[in-house]
Design a binder for this molecule. Structure first.
Ligand code: ZN
Length: 134
């Protein structure tokens, strides 16, 4: 039986749900999906400028797993840039140590150590949980 994939630890959720290119009618947009752990791998390597070994530790995965996730992230981003596709940051196999929500009214991220029922910014109850994935 295959060993279940270990969940990758992510420090914080992406600030936006995705990106879309200029000059392409919205109806023709085909998205590339970037998983949360792929976003995190890019963030650690190319934004935080970490070494792969340290980034792998940060995400609680082996170095080969990290390399695979990071490579897939770069391929997806390159594909979106070259082919003019939108990028959706969604899903994946990850866990977090705190609670993340996106407010469906003001679209801001709400993060904290405890579960919340209302948006910190606009008090809306329309919060979508982001730190869990099925
Ligand atoms: Zn809100």
């Amino acid at each position: 039986m295959a060993r279940p994939k270990r969940k990758r630890l992510i420090q914080s959720p992406p600030t936006v749900e995705g990106f879309r290119p200029f000059g392409v009618p919205v109806g023709n947009l085909e998205p590339v999906v970037l998983l949360y752990e792929e976003y995190e791998a890019l963030r650690l390597m190319d934004y935080e400028n970490m070494k792969q070994e340290d980034a792998a530790k940060e995400m609680s995965v082996s170095r080969p797993t990290f390399t695979r996730v990071y490579r897939k992230a770069r391929v997806s981003i390159a594909k979106a840039l070259v082919e003019g596709k939108a990028i959706f940051i969604d899903g994946g196999n990850f866990h977090a140590t705190d609670f993340w929500y996106r407010c469906e009214d003001c679209f801001r991220l709400n993060m904290g150590e405890k579960a919340v029922k209302y948006c910190f910014y606009c008090s809306s109850p329309a919060l979508k949980r982001l730190d869990q994935n099925e």
